[in-house]
Design a protein around this ligand. Structure first.
Ligand code: FE
Length: 509
């Protein structure tokens, strides 16, 4: 499969800086739909025909040919427009194009789509399924669907014929460990021969072997390894990931891992939500002084990662032999005080009441959950904590499958992740995770699709990916499939034919 534009990909970082109020006037072109002149920023009040004054601060004037603006409303970073032909659009108000007046719009039309999963309505069991349709993207954002997309596409728009295939939002992997040095293939071979944990440990294997290799690697080497993993994820149709540190287990090394992750993310099509996982394991030199290591996480790692904006999230491994519930609580309270969101490796092998802790502390997700209790499930349901299930790890570790049905029936939102990591889940294939979820965990195809799109996005606090609606990011996958069930039905096959990130083709053609 042809990978294009991976090097030097011009990344617009989706950070909050773009959302700052803007001063003065700027122009935006949502060509061919409407030309806008926008003056200052603020709230929303309807004005006379053609001009909308938004709470004294923002005026929107529509130029060019009809249709005219019927209503405009500022909604966070979005200027939402209703046109008098009934169509709706969203323009990123203080967008990158603010200081590029009259820059030409970049349009992409995907036509002859057989099935389009939008996740923007309950149609088709929550898939937002549209049939025989088209999709117009303008300046990296979703603009129009169906007949309107075909009618309004500019003549110079890039056109892709989907040939009746399935189109979905770019997939979202909400749990990965993409930065590490070396691999554990030799250890895998020993496990396959039936060697014991102790024998592997004596031969220098296990998590600490990855720690040794990662500590010895330069930031550039770590970034190169991370890039290879992001390339692998992208080929499967993944356009946004959560990525963790956690293989240096000392402050400088953990920060270096996060720097390497940022280095890759800045120049790679895949967007990365970075997570500090200093509490992945107790480092060997702190076996007898674990409190000192937790002090280091709380007093050094978390403040420095937060101050340097190297992480948005903090994770910990709550498990027998890793970190106790009380230790995690201390780490999470520090993380929260520094503005980091929380995610937790919980109940992978034993019930530590990590799910309850995640719910109590308002964590976005509790991940793994193979050994979660009914009380843990109830606590997550009450708090709205997302369950991120990782069938690749359950498969590799020969664990029981996580109780997806019990979680779903209790009303816990379920996302699926690869848990891409060198020890327990060496895969970048979210579609394979969907297959395992359907065949082994009794999830429906519709639940599996939501788990790798809109629910995964929700677990990361993102509302403009994993969904296709006007204003959402134009991250798309065209699959070699006529029906959405084909993707989980084949296991281990890659049906992603074309991957589009921010309205640009980055895989296939
Ligand atoms: Fe993990």
């Amino acid at each position: 499969m042809l990978l294009t534009a991976l090097a030097g990909y011009p990344k617009e970082r989706p950070n909050v800086n773009k959302m700052k109020p803007f001063r003065g006037a700027w122009r935006a072109t949502l060509s061919p739909i409407v030309d806008l002149e926008i003056v200052h920023g603020g709230g929303a009040v309807a004005g006379p025909d053609g001009t909308w004054r938004l709470k004294d601060l923002l005026a929107v004037r529509a130029g060019g040919a009809p249709p005219r603006i019927r209503a405009a409303q500022l909604d966070g970073p979005w200027l939402r427009l209703a046109l008098d032909d009934g169509s709706r659009h969203a323009v990123l108000a203080p967008g990158a194009r603010a200081d590029e007046p009259h820059s030409p719009a970049r349009a992409l039309l995907v036509h002859d789509i057989g099935q389009l999963l939008t996740f923007d309505s309950d149609e088709g069991d929550g898939l937002g399924l549209q049939r025989d349709t088209a999709l117009l993207c303008v300046d990296g954002r979703v603009a129009l669907f169906g007949e309107q997309a075909l009618a309004r596409a500019p003549t110079d728009a890039e056109r892709i014929d989907a040939r009746g295939a399935l189109v979905t939002p770019g997939l979202i992997d909400p749990h990965t460990h993409p930065i590490f040095a070396g691999d554990r293939a030799v250890e895998f071979g020993m496990k396959a021969q039936g060697k014991t944990y102790l024998e592997i440990h004596k031969a220098g294997g296990g998590l600490y072997s990855t720690v040794r290799a990662t500590r010895a690697a330069s930031t550039d080497e770590l970034a190169r390894a991370g890039r290879r993993n992001l390339d692998r994820l992208l080929r499967w149709g993944v356009t946004t990931i959560e990525g963790k540190s956690g293989y240096a287990l000392e402050t400088e090394g953990e920060l270096r891992m996060l720097e390497a992750l940022r280095l890759v993310a800045d120049t790679h099509p895949v967007d990365v939500e970075p997570t500090l996982l200093g509490a992945h394991a107790v480092p060997p030199e702190h076996k007898e002084s674990r409190d000192a290591y937790i002090d280091e996480i709380v007093e050094q790692m978390i403040p420095r990662a937060a101050r340097g904006q190297l992480a948005r999230w903090c994770d910990a491994y709550c498990e027998d032999g890793a970190f106790t519930r009380d230790e995690v609580q201390r780490i999470f309270e520090a993380a929260r005080a520094h503005g980091l969101g929380l995610r937790l490796h919980a109940e992978q092998f034993t019930d530590q009441r990590g799910a309850q802790l995640a719910a109590e502390l308002g964590a976005a997700s509790a991940d793994h959950l193979e050994a979660v209790s009914d009380d843990g499930i109830a606590a997550m349901a009450a708090a709205g904590t997302v369950a991120i299930l990782l069938p690749g790890a359950a498969l590799t570790c020969r664990c029981p499958w996580p109780p997806a049905r019990a979680l779903a029936e209790a009303g816990v939102p379920i996302a699926l992740g690869t848990d891409l990591n060198p020890g327990s889940s060496m895969t970048a294939s979210l579609p394979l995770m969907m297959s395992l979820a359907c065949t082994q965990m009794r999830m429906s195809c519709e639940e599996a699709w939501r788990a790798v799109t809109i629910v995964a996005a929700r677990s990361l606090g993102l509302d403009d990916v994993g969904v296709l609606r006007p204003g959402a990011r134009a991250d798309l996958v065209i699959f070699d499939a006529q029906d959405y069930r084909v993707v989980p039905y084949f296991f281990g096959d890659n049906h992603a034919r074309v991957v589009i990130k921010d309205g640009r083709v980055v895989v296939g053609a």
